[in-house]
Every structure is written in structure tokens, then in C-alpha cells.
Write a protein that binds this ligand. Structure first.
Ligand code: GTP
Ligand code: MG
Length: 464
């Protein structure tokens, strides 16, 4: 966005997704939004704010009047004007609902540009909403998340943030920081008496409260990030243990070929699934064994590659059989985060004989055929991805940028506590509180560099 965040001009873009639809919306925002629309629709009278007005967009705009082309009707549209400051961007916004043909909508945009509008950059409407303080940065980022949401839980988390739950939580912590800092500042004015307006014990208690509020948000962010970003989970195991059957059961469709023959899967199969609200890229792989078959060998090589980039590996064993050589090799080979799954639990009542794994690692018994144990497996998978955190309320924090700043604030508060414990002065504590406040202001965007804004808003689509 090289315009350096100018808000002086009027921007225009198609706001609905590309492709055909019953309706399509062209949106304008800026000081000339209504004037441009009046010229497009040959309407001398102003539109009425927040009223749907039937109008016709003409091909012959004022910019073209001296041309010889005959005027034509381009589209019959409904125009709605949201008068500043009561609009999404805080500026005059006009929405032109036309018929949802990409060509027609593009034509309306082109005509608007001839009348003086400028094509909007990705995210520029929301950027203006932020610059005009209609949204803070958390909320603006939540708009992008909401647009990108593919699971109901992702949408819930984004919507909560758009409604300001995280902003409110951050503001509360900022207020606590501010009132503590104010008391310390006041004490500084009376240096001889030291901690005059507040005792050391009170400072410690306040810092404790801040610390626990911040660490709650930071740990919230672990699960939140998993929900927002999604994760890749790879299913691995020796041939025939039922990896593809488990893959199909979790996908909810018969996607991978399943046969009683060992070595059925030879390629890497990928599906996007919603596991308790977390968008997961689930990967089925070839069974791991020494093979003389070149195709299978390649499949095994790809399986190893997939495991290397996975957030989590499901190591599948046949619970109805004793562990074999290939099983043991696999247990040694997989070094990253993993869950051990004993499949075919329906075949035997005897518990899987289990040895040779990491301490505390016990196989989770499932049956891909009957579905037994799958619900519990889903919960364990999500908990494992979120760093062992069990599911509770919808997390308030989900964006890595927010998590980083909250961690920065937490570390500063922890340092302040440590300083105080070691007999540090008010100045030292105040410096740390200042650092914590900077970090929190970076979350909501009250202190933000232009490059960061550019980075954040470039994630948006045009028209948003
Ligand atoms: N009884 C029972 N049979 C199962 C279960 N899961 C898979 N099977 C059977 O085990 C055989 C192998 O299943 P697959 O899903 O193809 O196994 P795989 O691990 O993908 O095998 P490869 O692709 O060859 O590595 C098939 O006959 C399945 O029907 C289960 O939970 N219970
Ligand atoms: Mg398979």
C-alpha cells in the first residue's frame, strides 16, 4: 500500500467474491462516494442515508459525455448510502448492489474510476476503519480471520474478537498497569519516604494479579493459535495396521483405498478435516517397511518427508498383534510430537502388549471399523496440538502476533516482580511496567509501525 495510508480519496472495489451470483456488490468509500454514485446513476438528487434506492447505472458518465457513444443502461441496481461517520470505514460508504455478473460489476468499478474513484488495495476498507478508529487492530485482524474461517470454532473465535472480548481483556490489564504505575510515580516524588503511596507488599500483590491475567491470555493463545492456523497431522505405521481405515474414519468418507493386502497405500493422501473445531490437514501415508518395490520405496520416502513437517504424528499399531520389528523401528524413528494409537481394538480383548516407548506414552485404543475410541482420539489429538491443553472455553487469543506481544508484557511484569524481590527501586519497576504497556498497546494497535499495518492488511482480499 504505497499510498501511505491516504484517506483523502475515494476508493472502490467489488466486495463480493469473484464468480457469478444472484447479486454482487460494488463498494465505494470516501468523500466523493455519493457524488460519484449520483453521476453513475444520472441522479440529480442526493440519496437518502440507509435507504435502499432503486437506480440504473449508465454507461455514459460525466467523464464521457462529449463522446459519441450512445448512452446505455449498464445495470439496474440498488444503492445504499451509509453516511459518515456511521459506516464500516467511518467515511461516506456507498454500496451498489447489482446483478452478480463479474463483467457487470467490473464495468461499474471501471465507470466509478472514470468518475474519480481509485481502485482499493486489499484490506483498504478495513484499514480505513482502523485509521478512523472504527475498529482497533485486534478487531481489524479479526475481520480477516472471520473471512478466512473454515470451521465454526474458527468463526466463533474471530467473532468474539471482533466483538471486542480480547480488546476488553487487554484494556483491563492496561488499566491495572496504569494505576500501579501512577502510584509508583507519586511515590517517586517523595524519594525520602520510599514507596510512600503504596507498600512493597501491595506492589507485589498487584504484580501477581497482572502476571496471572497475562499468563491466562498467553496460555489461551496456545490453543487459540492451533484453532486459527490449523495443523498438519500425519498417520504413520507399518503396513496393514489400518492407517487408511483410520484416515477414512476421521475424514468421514471412503477417501483412501483399504484392502487386506499389506502395501496398499503407496502415495501420500491429504484431506482437510475439522477435528473439534481445529482445521486439520490429515495425511495418510504408505506403510513403513523395507521394500523391494520401487513404487513402495518412493511411498515410504514420502511418508518420512511428511512426518518431518507434521505438527503431530499418529503412530498406528495393530492392537490385536504383538509389536513387530517394523513397529519398533518406527517407535525409534519418529522423534517429534506423536501419539501412539492401537487400532483394531475390536479384534482382541487382550490389551496391546506395550513396551519400548517414551515414558508415560500409552497407546490409545481405537477401532477404525467400529468407530470405538475415535471421539476420545479426536480430543487427544487437539490437546496434543495445543501443548497438552485440554479443551475449555473458546480461547480469547488466537493470533501469533498478539501472543508474542502478550508474552513480552508477561516477561516484563515477571522481571518487575523479580526486581522488587531483590530490593529494586521504583524506577526499575516503572521501566518494566512501561515495557509491558508498550507491548499491550501494540496488540490493540495504539502503537504500530506502518510496515506492520501493511503486513497485516495485505492478508485481506480486495473489497474488504
Ligand atoms: N477388524 C478391524 N479391521 C481393520 C481395522 N482397521 C483396518 N482394518 C482392516 O485391516 C486391513 C488393512 O487396512 P488398511 O486401512 O488398508 O491398512 P493400512 O495401514 O492403510 O495399510 P497399507 O496402506 O498397506 O500400509 C483391511 O482389511 C481393513 O479392513 C479395525 O479397526 N478393525
Ligand atoms: Mg493404507
Amino acid at each position: 500500500m504505497d499510498v501511505a495510508f491516504s484517506t483523502a480519496d475515494t476508493i472502490v472495489a467489488v466486495a463480493t467474491p469473484p464468480g457469478r451470483g444472484g447479486l454482487g456488490v460494488v463498494r465505494l468509500s470516501g468523500p466523493d462516494a455519493t457524488a460519484i454514485t449520483q453521476r453513475l446513476t444520472h441522479r440529480p438528487a442526493r440519496f437518502e442515508a440507509r435507504h435502499a434506492t432503486l437506480a440504473v447505472v449508465h454507461s455514459n458518465t460525466s467523464a464521457l459525455v462529449d463522446q459519441t457513444t450512445a448512452d446505455q443502461s449498464v445495470d439496474q441496481v440498488v444503492v445504499t448510502w451509509f453516511a459518515a461517520p456511521h459506516s464500516y470505514t467511518g467515511e461516506d460508504v456507498v454500496e451498489i448492489s447489482g446483478h452478480g455478473s463479474p463483467w457487470l460489476l467490473q464495468r461499474i468499478v471501471d465507470l466509478a474510476c472514470l468518475e474519480g474513484a481509485r481502485l482499493a488495495q486489499p484490506g483498504e476498507f478495513t484499514l480505513r476503519a482502523y485509521l478512523n478508529e472504527r475498529l482497533d487492530l485486534v478487531q481489524a485482524e479479526a475481520v480477516a480471520d472471520l473471512i478466512h474461517a473454515v470451521t465454526p470454532l474458527q468463526a466463533r473465535v474471530a467473532m468474539d474478537q471482533l466483538e471486542g472480548t480480547l480488546t476488553t481483556a487487554v484494556r483491563e490489564i492496561e488499566e491495572q498497569l496504569f494505576s500501579l504505575a501512577a502510584k509508583l510515580e507519586a511515590s517517586l516524588d517523595f524519594p525520602d519516604e520510599g514507596f510512600h503511596f503504596i507498600t512493597r507488599r501491595e506492589v507485589t500483590a498487584d504484580l501477581d494479579l497482572l502476571e496471572s491475567a497475562l499468563s491466562r491470555l498467553v496460555s489461551d493463545g496456545r490453543r487459540g493459535r492451533v484453532i486459527r492456523e490449523g495443523r498438519m497431522v500425519v498417520i504413520a505405521g507399518r503396513p496393514n495396521v489400518g492407517k487408511s481405515s483410520l484416515f477414512n474414519a476421521l475424514v468421514g468418507a471412503s477417501r483412501a483405498i483399504v484392502t487386506p493386502m499389506a502395501g496398499t497405500t503407496r502415495d501420500v493422501l491429504t484431506e482437510h478435516v475439522d477435528i473439534l473445531g481445529v482445521p486439520v490437514t490429515l495425511v495418510d501415508t504408505a506403510g513403513l517397511r523395507e521394500s523391494v518395490d520401487a513404487i513402495e520405496e518412493e511411498g515410504v520416502r514420502r511418508a518420512v518427508q511428511a512426518r518431518a513437517v507434521a505438527a503431530l504424528t499418529l503412530l498406528v499399531f495393530d492392537a490385536s498383534q504383538p509389536l513387530g520389528e517394523d513397529d519398533r523401528r518406527l517407535l525409534e524413528a519418529v522423534s517429534g510430537p506423536r501419539l501412539v494409537v492401537g487400532n483394531k481394538s475390536d479384534l482382541s480383548d487382550a490389551p496391546l502388549e506395550w513396551s519400548g516407548s517414551r515414558p508415560g506414552e500409552v497407546p490409545q485404543l481405537v477401532s477404525a471399523v467400529t468407530g470405538a475410541g475415535l471421539e476420545a482420539l479426536r480430543a487427544t489429538v487437539v490437546a496434543a496440538m495445543a501443548g497438552g491443553q485440554v479443551e475449555r472455553d473458546t480461547p480469547m487469543v488466537s493470533n501469533q502476533r498478539h501472543v508474542q506481544q502478550l508474552e513480552r508484557a508477561l516477561v516484563a511484569v515477571e522481571r518487575a516482580r523479580k526486581n522488587l524481590g531483590e530490593g529494586g527501586t521504583e524506577e526499575l519497576v516503572l521501566a518494566e511496567l512501561g515495557e509491558a504497556r508498550d507491548a499491550l498497546e501494540a496488540v490493540t494497535g495504539r502503537r504500530t509501525a506502518d510496515e506492520l499495518l501493511e503486513h497485516i492488511f495485505s492478508r485481506f482480499c480486495i473489497g474488504k
